[in-house]
Design a protein around this ligand. Structure first.
Ligand code: C2E
Ligand code: CA
Ligand code: CA
Length: 400
C-alpha cells in the first residue's frame, strides 16, 4: 500500500509528507510534477492506493491528472489539495466523482493537521466499506419474495420544528431484514424495485406498516405526521389516490397526517398520469413533499407544475452550509422562494449544531438529520421523544 503526493511546490510537498508520516501513514512517495506521477503509476499501478494531488501545477494540472487517472482505471482513493477557492475544489471533486474515482475529500492549503486527519479517517471507513458486500445487488426474484414474505421493515426518523423543537412527524425509511445479509438499506434495492415492476408492491407494504404505526402512536396519545417516500413510478396507476385514501381511512389516520415525499429518479416523458394523481391527492388533503430538492430532476419546473405543499432541501446543500458561501446563498434563496410560495420548508441532513443554528436563523420550518436523531424502530420513538423534549430546550432557548 502506497501513498502518492503530487505538488509542484516543494515546501507543500514536504509539509504534507511530514503530516502523513506523523499520522502513521508511511510510506509516502512525493512527485514534483504530474508527469512524474504518471510515469510512476505505470509501474506501480497496483500498489498505489491513495493519491494526494495539487490542482494548480505548471505542466499537467489537477484536472488533466484526474482525467489521466480515469483513463488508466485507477481504483484507489483521491484527495485534492489546493490553494484555490472552495468552489473550484468542489467542482473538481464532482468531476472526479463523474469519472467514478473515489474522492475522500478536498484540502485547502496550508493543510492543517485536523483537516488531514478527517480525510484519513475516511480512508479507514472507505476500506471498511469495501470489505462488506458493498454494492451488492439483489435479483428481482429475491426482492419479490422478500416483499411478499414480510421481510421489509420500516425505520422512522423524526422531523422537528426549528422554532420550537416540537416533534412534528416522522419519515418512514424502508429496510430489508435479510436472512443472510442483515439489515439492508434502500439504496441496494429501490432501483431494482423500480426497474422490475415491484415498486407498487413495495410502496403498499411500506404504507401499510407506516399507517399502522401512526395509528398505534395516536392511540398512545402521540399524533404525528407520517411521511412516506414514493417513486414517480408509483404514479402510473390512476387509482393511486383512491388506494392511498382507503388505506388511511382503514388505518384511522387523518388524510392531513399523511405526507408523500416524491422524488423523480428518472426523467418522465408523459406527465399526464403523475399530474392527475398528484392533484387528486392534494384535493384529498394528503400532503405532498418535493424530495431531494436541488438535485437531479427535482427542479423548478416541478415546483411550477405540481401542487407541492412542502419542499425538502437535499442534504447535500444543508450540511456545512454556514461555512460555504455558495451553499449559503443557495439555501437562503431557496428558503425565501419557499416562503413566497406559501410552502413549508424542511432541511434534511442536519448533522450538527452549526447546521441547526444556521437554519433556525434563516427561518427554515422543519429539520431532520443525525443531529436530531438517526432513523429508529417505531417502538423507540416515544422514549426518544421524552429525552428530546428535555434536550431540545437548550436548542430553542434563544429567539432566532
Ligand atoms: P431520502 O428520502 O433522501 O431519505 C433520507 C436518507 O438520508 C435516509 O437514508 C436517511 O437515513 C439519511 N439521513 C438522515 N439524516 C441524515 C444526516 O443527518 N446525514 C446523512 N448523511 N444522512 C442522513 P436511507 O434510509 O438509506 O434512504 C435512502 C433513500 O432511499 C431515501 O432517501 C429514499 O429516497 C429511498 N427510500 C427509503 N425508503 C423508501 C421507500 O419506502 N420507498 C421509496 N420509493 N424510496 C425509499
Ligand atoms: Ca425522503
Ligand atoms: Ca435526500
Amino acid at each position: 500500500m502506497q501513498t502518492l503526493l503530487i505538488d509542484d511546490d516543494a515546501y507543500s510537498l514536504w509539509w504534507l509528507a511530514r503530516l502523513l508520516e506523523r499520522c502513521g501513514h508511511a510510506p509516502v512517495t512525493s512527485c514534483e510534477s504530474a508527469t512524474e506521477a504518471m510515469t510512476l503509476l505505470e509501474t506501480h499501478f497496483e500498489t498505489v492506493t491513495l493519491v494526494f494531488c495539487d490542482l494548480q501545477m505548471p505542466d499537467v494540472d489537477g484536472v488533466q491528472f484526474v482525467r489521466h487517472l480515469a483513463r488508466i482505471g485507477y481504483r484507489g482513493d483521491l484527495v485534492l489539495v489546493s490553494g484555490e477557492d472552495g468552489r473550484i475544489l468542489h467542482t473538481v471533486e464532482k468531476l472526479a466523482q463523474a469519472h467514478q474515482i473515489r474522492i475522500l475529500g478536498a484540502l485547502t492549503k496550508p493543510v492543517a493537521p485536523a483537516q488531514l486527519q478527517q480525510v484519513l479517517d475516511k480512508t479507514l471507513s472507505a476500506q471498511a466499506r469495501r470489505v462488506r458486500p458493498a454494492g451488492h445487488s439483489y435479483t428481482p426474484q429475491a426482492l419479490e419474495r422478500a416483499i411478499a414474505g414480510g421481510e421489509l421493515v420500516n425505520h422512522y426518523q423524526p422531523k422537528v420544528s426549528l422554532a420550537s423543537g416540537a416533534l412534528i412527524g416522522v419519515e418512514a425509511l424502508v429496510r430489508w431484514r435479510h436472512p443472510q445479509d442483515g439489515l439492508v438499506f434502500p439504496d441496494s434495492f429501490i432501483a431494482t424495485a423500480e426497474e422490475h415492476g415491484l415498486i407498487d408492491a413495495l410502496t403498499q407494504r411500506v404504507l401499510t406498516m407506516a399507517l399502522r404505526q401512526a395509528r398505534q402512536w395516536q392511540d398512545e396519545g402521540l399524533t404525528l405526521q407520517m411521511a412516506v417516500n414514493i417513486s414517480m413510478d408509483n404514479l402510473a396507476a390512476l387509482d393511486f389516490p383512491d388506494v392511498v385514501v382507503n388505506m388511511a381511512d382503514e388505518a384511522g389516520v387523518a388524510h392531513a397526517s399523511l405526507v408523500l415525499e416524491v422524488t423523480e429518479s428518472r426523467l418522465m416523458k408523459d406527465l399526464r398520469a403523475p399530474l392527475d394523481i398528484l392533484t387528486r391527492l392534494r384535493l384529498k388533503r394528503i400532503g405532498l413533499s418535493i424530495d431531494d430538492f436541488g438535485t437531479g430532476h427535482s427542479s423548478l419546473a416541478q415546483l411550477r407544475d405540481i401542487p407541492f405543499d412542502e419542499l425538502k432541501l437535499d442534504r447535500s446543500f444543508v450540511n456545512g452550509a454556514d461555512k460555504d458561501p455558495s451553499l449559503r446563498a443557495i439555501v437562503e434563496s431557496t428558503l425565501a422562494m419557499v416562503r413566497q410560495l406559501g410552502m413549508k420548508s424542511v432541511a434534511e441532513g442536519v448533522e450538527d449544531r452549526a447546521d441547526w443554528d444556521f437554519l433556525r436563523a434563516l427561518g427554515c420550518d422543519v429539520a431532520q438529520g443525525y443531529f436530531i436523531a438517526r432513523p429508529m424502530w417505531g417502538h423507540d420513538i416515544p422514549r426518544w421523544h421524552q429525552r428530546w423534549q428535555v434536550h431540545s430546550q437548550s436548542l430553542t432557548a434563544s429567539g432566532p
